[in-house]
Design a protein around this ligand. Structure first.
Ligand code: ATP
Ligand code: MG
Ligand code: FE
Length: 344
C-alpha cells in the first residue's frame, strides 16, 4: 500500500510518501530561518508557515514520488505532541485529503514516528528495542515492544531537552540558531576535557529517583557561568574547547543512560532519533560504548532524524501492515499526546 505522511508538529512542514519500507518522497519545508532572529521557534509564525507551505510541499512530494493523490491508499498525520496551532494545520489537511479521496486516516504519535523512520533506511525494526529520542523539544528513553502499540517511557528530561541545551549554549558562544550543527562543527577543533562540565542526574542519590531521566539546565547554567567568568577576566573565550567540553558532557550522559537502560531491560538494540542524533560525537560515542556491551546501535541518516513527513508515512505504513484500526475522522490535534498513545 501507498502511504502519505503529514508532519507539522513544530517548524517543519513535511510530506512523505512510502510504499512498505520504501521511501518514495520526503519533501520538507522548514520555517527555521523565520525563527532564527528570535532564538527559538515562535508558535504563531510556525502555524502560518505551515499553512503557506502545505499545498506546495504536497505537490512536490507527489511529483518526486511520481504519484497522483488518488493513488494513495491511506493518510497518516502527526496528531501530537507538538505546538497546538501547528499540529492543527497538518491534521486539518489530512482530514481534507482523507475525506476527498475516501481513504482511511491514521493520527499517530510524533515520537513513535521518530522511531519508525529507521525502517526506511535499515529495514524492519528490531523489536524490542530501546529508543533514545533527542531533539529540540524532547529527550526520552523509550522501550519499544511494538512500534504501533507498545511504546513505554523509561525516562525523560526533567527540564530542558538536549537540542534546546545545544541551542542555548550556542547562543552563549555567539553561534547561530539552531546551534546543534554549529557546536558539532566547532567541537571538532576543540578539547573535550578542557572544562569538566556537570553530568546531570548521575550522582548516586539522583540515580535512585531519576535513573533514566535527564537534566540539562544545570549544564547550560554551568557553561554560562564559566563563559561569564572568562569574559570578566578579560581573556578570550575558547569557543571550540567550550563547545567540545559541553558536547562531551551531553553525549556522555545520553549514551551512559541509554546503555544502562538497554542492559537493565535485556534489550540488544538501541535506536537513536531526533535532530540531536545527527551529532557526530553522539553517534561515535554510542557505537563505541554499545559495542563494548554487545549492543547494536541504529541511527538514521541526519535528514531522517530531524522532523519530516517520511517518518509519519513510515509509521502509517506499519499501522496498515499490522492491521491497526484507522482513526476516526474527528481525530484531535493533541499538543500533549502521551507517548504511550501511538495511534489516536
Ligand atoms: P521536536 O522536538 O518536536 O522533534 P524540533 O524541530 O525541535 O522538534 P528536530 O527538528 O528533530 O526537533 O531537531 C532540531 C534540534 O536538533 C535542534 O535543537 C538542533 O540544534 C539539534 N541538532 C541538529 N543537528 C545537530 C547536531 N549535529 N548536533 C547537535 N544537535 C543538533
Ligand atoms: Mg525542527
Ligand atoms: Fe521531532
Amino acid at each position: 500500500p501507498l502511504i502519505l505522511g503529514i508532519e507539522t508538529s513544530c517548524d517543519e512542514t513535511g510530506i512523505g510518501v512510502v510504499r512498505g519500507h520504501t521511501l518514495l518522497a520526503d519533501a520538507v519545508a522548514s520555517s527555521v530561518e523565520e525563527h532564527a532572529r528570535f532564538g527559538g521557534v515562535v508558535p504563531e509564525v510556525a502555524s502560518r508557515a505551515h499553512l503557506e507551505a502545505m499545498v506546495p510541499t504536497l505537490e512536490r512530494a507527489c511529483e518526486t514520488a511520481g504519484i497522483q493523490l488518488r493513488d494513495v491508499d491511506a493518510i497518516a498525520v502527526t496528531s501530537g505532541p507538538g505546538l497546538a496551532g501547528a499540529l492543527m494545520v497538518g491534521v486539518a489537511a489530512a482530514k481534507a485529503l482523507a475525506v476527498g479521496l475516501g481513504k482511511p486516516i491514521y493520527g499517530v504519535n510524533h515520537l513513535a514516528a521518530h522511531v519508525a523512520v529507521d525502517q526506511l533506511e535499515h529495514g524492519p525494526l528490531p523489536e524490542p528495542c530501546l529508543a533514545l529520542l533527542v531533539s529540540g523539544g524532547h529527550s526520552s528513553l523509550l522501550r519499544v515492544t511494538d512500534v504501533t502499540t507498545g511504546v513505554d517511557p523509561l525516562g525523560a528530561t526533567i527540564d530542558d531537552a538536549a537540542g534546546e541545551a545545544f541551542d542555548k549554549v550556542a547562543r552563549l558562544l555567539g553561534l547561530p540558531f539552531p546551534g546543534g550543527p554549529h557546536i558539532d562543527r566547532a567541537a571538532r577543533d576543540g578539547d573535550s576535557v578542557y572544562v569538566d562540565f556537570p553530568r546531570g542526574l548521575t550522582s548516586r542519590k539522583d540515580l535512585e529517583r531519576h535513573r533514566f531521566d535527564f537534566s540539562f539546565s544545570g549544564l547550560k547554567t554551568a557553561v554560562a557561568r564559566w563563559v561569564e567568568a572568562r569574559e570578566r577576566s578579560g581573556e578570550p573565550v575558547p569557543v571550540n574547547d567550550v563547545a567540545a567540553s559541553f558536547q562531551e558532557a551531553v553525549c556522555d550522559v545520553l549514551t551512559r543512560k541509554a546503555i544502562d537502560a538497554a542492559v537493565t531491560e535485556g534489550i540488544e538494540d538501541i535506536l537513536i532519533g531526533g535532530g540531536v542524533a545527527a551529532n557526530s560525537r553522539l553517534r561515535a560515542m554510542a557505537e563505541e560504548r554499545a559495542a563494548a556491551r554487545g549492543i547494536r546501535v541504529r541511527v538514521p541518516r541526519p535528514g531522517l532524524c530531524t522532523d519530516n513527513g517520511a517518518m509519519v508515512a513510515a509509521l502509517g505504513s506499519e499501522m496498515v501492515r499490522r492491521g491497526r484500526t484507522p482513526s476516526a475522522l474527528d481525530l484531535p490535534a493533541d499538543s500533549s499526546l502521551p507517548v504511550t498513545e501511538v495511534l489516536v
